[in-house]
Design a protein. Structure first.
Length: 191
């Protein structure tokens, strides 16, 4: 049985649902971003209620409308697009990428996204990039300039301004978190 899941945006989401479905007794579910295939011949209404309750507890939900499904596909494509940029060091035009992958006009997709999410697709892309920037600053030694180049920003200052605007913090704040983690790890290894 195929279940379409709202709110899955990263590998951690897949991991959480693998654990949760296993805890519910579903053996070897095929879980990918935005979907779960359960290897069972029939699911009762009570099973769906339990599954939906588990999903909601973990910040997910079942998808029901065609537009909700499109929005979840867009979210997965945004995450994939960011990962493509990181692995290829090539700027990606998200409007063309999303439009090509879904075979729909970008303006239509953007309107659907806004109607379901209450936020623009452009802002969602920016927020997802900002989340990735924070992660890279804290967990890697990449400079803001390198990250800006990799994620297709016009300049490090443009990225710096967006980071400050959407988080309230500068890149140095996140670099300090990284330094603090390194110091703590060194101290822990000495003990």
């Amino acid at each position: 049985m195929l279940l379409l899941i709202k709110g899955m945006v990263c590998d951690r989401c897949v991991y959480v649902l693998e654990q949760e479905f296993s805890n519910l007794g579903f053996m070897e579910p095929d879980i990918q971003l935005g979907r779960v295939v359960l290897k069972t011949s029939g699911i009762q209404t009570s099973d769906l209620t339990i599954i939906r309750s588990m999903l909601i507890k973990n910040g997910f939900d079942l998808l029901y409308s065609r537009n909700q499904i499109i929005v979840e596909k867009i979210k997965v494509l945004v995450e994939n697009g960011i990962n493509i940029q990181l692995t290829t060091n090539t700027a990606l035009k998200f409007s063309a990428y999303i439009s090509d992958k879904l075979n729909k006009n970008y303006d239509t997709l953007s309107a659907i996204f806004s109607s379901i999410e209450g936020n623009t697709l452009e802002k969602h892309i920016i927020l997802q990039k900002i989340e990735k920037v924070k992660e890279l600053l804290v967990y890697t030694d990449q400079s803001l300039s390198d990250i800006a180049f990799t994620l297709g920003y016009s300049s490090p200052s443009h990225l710096s301004n967006q980071l400050k605007k959407y988080t309230g913090f500068t890149s140095s704040y996140y670099k300090q978190i990284r330094q603090d983690k390194i110091i703590i790890q060194k101290q822990a290894s000495k003990n």
